[in-house]
Design a protein around this ligand. Structure first.
Ligand code: UD1
Ligand code: MG
Length: 459
């Protein structure tokens, strides 16, 4: 196998996106488009991977990090000019260079590998990946000669009426003999409707020099879509969502309404998990077997234990144990560490808090900056008063403690093991183990007092 190099084109601003965010950084299922492209390329055995950056160069570099080398295209003079920026890093190399646009996020390494193999087998100087588009508007059209060989590629803006009717499109992905590529790029002119140096013109120049150029047509247009505007972005999102959901369903996950379920590319889900509609699962989330997620639940970067049920809730950057019940309408904020068989009910917010096994916070509570032991029962409306306006403080609640309804625990404070806090208490001193603490105004009953008022009302 000859040496293999890749060039990713990612310097354009993406004017048609009408966005502050550079085009190739727009996410598809939570991952920037250019990252999808580079991830697939990295699965091939490449000797070099070079990304051409320009608009938003620093941001693109931050995103891709060490996964790529970089060259800068100062002025965006076209895709041919963009590839030429890699000249210093590549021109003396023998081998094959694959060029991919940073705006084709659905391309798979399998197709790229098949393209490379086809190119090698044909012994071509250039091979273009093409597809039949149901609606080719906006793409470069592949113009074939009488012998059915590719003659050239014509851009939408330069095409005649007949050429516009062609449905075979240039996907923007090519293999080149590396040396021929850089020699030919210097001959590309910008004499066209957009005044740009078009990379596809390399094919026509090679053809005219009687070099062999080849076509590799994929049967799957969807995989090749180029995202130039938000309409295409939504199509890419839909296709990626389908691809990811089908992968999980084939692995034994039940997704009752895949159209309305959004699972990011880094999420791992075990067998026999059920995901109900309206759920959005992102980040490096791991969901263990037989968990039930949704409906209408957002989970980002969490581990969720087996047989845990999370309904109509939001959870982020947290660890949730086995057989836990969360929701409806609970909010698990970052750094929550929830043990096994814990119950977190409606309108409960948990932040930076540990709740050990079998503890319950069933209704309307805020548990923030807290360490809650095992088997603790936290009554409805309990609040850990963690913030004094300047600093956050810790609340500790020992194993098997019982916190009565509507209590305020003013941190820093500790409620001991097996202690009881009476309902309605405002606790600002530590409660010893097994003590009962009552911190509320004593009740007075004024006998027959209401009778007088009731009589006055009648008169
Ligand atoms: C390009 C192809 C078209 C093909 C389509 C497939 C050309 C001239 N046209 O059109 O034939 O059907 O892709 O999706 O190549 N870029 C740079 N520097 C530049 C210009 C562009 O790095 O000076 C980058 C962009 O960031 C983008 C990629 O190259 O990632 C393609 O550019 P784009 O403007 O999207 O080209 P298309 O109009 O889609
Ligand atoms: Mg494009």
């Amino acid at each position: 196998m000859s040496n293999r190099y890749a060039v990713v084109l990612a310097a354009g601003q993406g004017t048609r996106m009408k966005s502050k965010l550079y085009k190739v950084l727009h996410p598809v299922m939570g991952r920037p488009m250019v990252q999808h492209v580079v991830d697939q390329l990295n699965k091939l055995e490449l000797d070099k991977l070079i990304t051409v950056v320009g608009f938003g160069a620093e941001k693109v570099k931050d995103q891709l990090g060490d996964n790529s080398q970089y060259v800068i295209q100062e002025e965006q003079l076209g895709t041919g000019h963009a590839v030429l920026q890699a000249e210093d890093l590549l021109e003396n190399e023998e081998g094959t260079t694959i060029v991919v646009s940073g705006d084709t996020p659905l391309l798979t390494h399998k197709t790229l590998e098949a393209l490379l193999n086809h190119h090698d087998k044909e012994g071509a100087k250039a091979t273009v990946l093409t597809a039949e588009a149901p609606d080719p508007t906006g793409y470069g059209r592949v113009i074939r000669n009488d012998a059915d060989e590719v003659q050239r590629i014509v851009e939408q803006k330069d095409a005649s009426k007949e050429e516009l009717a062609v449905k075979e499109i240039n996907t923007g992905t090519y293999c080149f003999d590396n040396k021929s590529l850089f020699e030919t790029l210097k001959q590309v002119s910008n004499d066209n409707a957009q005044g740009e140096y078009y990379l596809p013109d390399v094919l026509e120049i090679l053809k005219q020099a009687n070099e062999k150029i080849s076509v590799f047509q994929t049967g799957d247009f969807d995989e090749t879509i180029g995202v130039n505007d938000r309409v295409a972005l939504s199509q890419a999102e839909k296709l990626m969502k389908k691809r990811i959901n089908e992968h999980h369903m084939r692995n034994g996950v039940t997704i009752t309404d895949p159209e309305n379920t959004y699972i990011g590319p880094d999420v791992a889900i075990e067998q026999d998990v059920v995901v109900y509609p309206g759920s959005i699962i992102n980040g490096h989330t791991v969901i263990k077997t037989e968990a039930v997620i949704g409906p209408h639940t957002e989970i980002d970067n969490c581990t969720v234990g087996s047989e845990t049920v999370i309904r109509q809730s939001v959870a982020k950057d947290s660890a949730i144990g086995n057989r836990v019940q969360i929701g409806p309408f609970a909010h698990i904020r970052p750094q929550a560490n929830i043990g096994n068989e814990v119950k977190i009910g409606n309108f409960v917010e948990v932040k930076k808090a540990t709740l050990d096994d079998q503890s319950k916070v069933s209704h309307l509570s805020y548990i923030g900056d807290a360490e809650v032991g095992k088997g603790v029962n936290i009554g409805c409306g309990t609040i850990t008063v963690n913030y004094d306006g300047q600093n956050k403080h810790l609340t500790k609640i020992g194993d098997d403690a019982f916190i009565g309804c509507n209590s305020n625990l003013i941190a820093p404070v500790t409620v001991g093991k097996g202690a009881y806090v009476a309902a309605g208490s405002t606790i600002n001193q530590d409660v010893p183990d097994e003590a009962l603490s009552i911190a509320r105004a004593r009740q007075t009953n004024k006998e027959e007092y209401a009778k007088k008022i009731n009589k006055q009302k009648k008169d």
